[in-house]
Design a protein around this ligand. Structure first.
Ligand code: ASP
Ligand code: MG
Length: 402
């Protein structure tokens, strides 16, 4: 007998038919004698619809406390419906809101962090052989106010329960059947991976292969919770996410595209100590996450610094640096939003030369120009024009996987 945590995303419980289907998946494991704790998201687009409702009332933005109160309602609907579906099948099920399930968070409404999960209630219920259905994405702060964990937060709720209860398995059901070597909608020979490491998954998640919420993967890594990503529509094995995996023949786990990038160039900066510090310190004050950084060699007492930021932060970054023009004494400031970052990710490349050159050759063969390059132990990223992004992913994917 095992303790199984299962999480179902919004699309998996979008309508009555899907809710009943999810109930049958749960029933199968329960009837084998396992204890099952289920985490669910709000049905379909419910969360977006609720945000829309809030905007209708106050387009200037409602308080985060009230938004949390509103958004938490989405998950309340799906847990009750799923419990009803299980009841109908004659199974003992019980739904719990985040606070009832013991989710204690900090007070950052809209992006709260889980401090601890007091699992007493869940333990009592499963001891009575109840199937426990928990509302994902929500908790309660020390003032007894409802909080939410940020969009896509139900994955994190599931991992937190699995960690706190030392569950045997944590299965994340979604509408795709696993993690692919590239976006299967864009690259027809993309393959499903059997296994991937936490670190690789984190890179692929930030780079736009958004299957699992990032924070959930970080938490899974920290507490060593093995995850399985699988489809709620098809009954077949998915992708396992864990600490170390068998390196197959391939060095590369996947190819990802990120179009949420803007490239900013600061031209003609003074070539003296402290320039980079002052520039990036300013951006840090605005909580702007800088990614690839390139500094030119100094020439005639000046140098250029080029870097990338998330696209939605581009304007803020330009404003911040414009306000420092007199202080930084640069000649020109430009922003390019029509760029994309393409990355190859794989723990195997650490010990294998030639990955970068193979990637660059594939881009060269496709006549795609590279603006910037950055590397880490497990990834190589290039910045290119966004109009070439899909072609680049295909070319690089073919080079490594064909
Ligand atoms: N319902 C929330 C959202 O749409 C949480 C989740 O889906 O995980 O962001
Ligand atoms: Mg959702």
């Amino acid at each position: 007998m095992a303790l199984i945590v299962k999480k179902f995303g919004g699309s998996s419980v979008a309508n009555a038919e899907r809710v009943l289907h999810v109930a049958s998946i749960i029933a199968e494991d329960y009837k084998k004698g396992n204890n099952v704790v289920v985490v669910v998201s709000a049905q379909g687009d419910t969360t977006d619809d609720l945000i829309e409702k809030a905007n209708e009332i106050n387009p200037d933005g409602s308080s985060k406390r009230e938004l949390d109160m509103l958004l938490a309602a989405g998950e309340q609907i799906s847990i009750a419906l799923l419990a009803m579906a299980l009841e109908k099948m004659g199974l003992p099920a019980l739904s719990l809101l985040g606070w009832q399930a013991g989710f204690e968070t900090d007070s950052h409404h809209g992006i709260a962090r889980i401090k601890r999960v007091n699992t007493e209630r869940i333990r009592n219920e499963i001891a009575k052989r109840n199937i426990v259905i928990v509302a994902g994405f929500q908790g309660i702060n020390k003032y007894d106010d409802i909080t939410t964990l940020g969009r896509g937060g139900s994955d994190t709720s599931a991992v937190a329960i699995a960690a706190a209860m030392k569950a045997d398995v944590c299965q994340i059901y979604t509408d795709v059947d696993g993690v692919y070597t590239a976006d299967p909608r864009k690259v027809d020979n993309a393959r499903k991976m059997d296994e991937i490491t936490y670190d690789e998954m984190l890179e692929l998640a930030t780079l736009g292969a958004q299957v699992l919420n990032n924070r959930s993967v970080e938490m899974a890594k920290k507490y060593n919770v093995e995850l399985e990503v699988l489809s709620s529509l098809e009954n077949k094995p998915g992708t396992i996410v864990k600490e170390t995996v068998n390196m197959e023949k391939t060095l590369i786990r996947g190819v990802a595209k990120d179009t949420n990038v803007a490239c900013i160039s600061v031209v003609g900066l003074a070539d003296k100590p402290g320039t980079a510090f002052k520039l990036f310190n300013k951006l840090a004050q605005f909580e702007i996450n800088v990614d690839i950084i390139l500094q030119s060699v100094g020439r005639d007492g000046t140098k250029d610094i080029t870097f990338t930021v998330p696209k939605d932060m581009g304007k803020t970054a330009v404003e911040a640096l414009s306000s420092m023009k007199d202080f930084l004494k640069y000649k020109d400031l430009t922003i390019d939003e029509s760029v994309a970052k393409i990355s190859v990710v794989g723990a195997g490349m650490e010990s294998h030369p030639g990955v970068a050159s193979k990637m660059f050759e594939a881009l060269f063969d496709a006549s795609i120009n590279i603006h910037m390059i950055s590397t880490s132990e497990i990834k190589i990223s290039v910045l290119i024009d966004s109009e070439n992004a899909d072609r680049a992913v295909k070319a690089v994917h073919d080079a490594f996987f064909d």
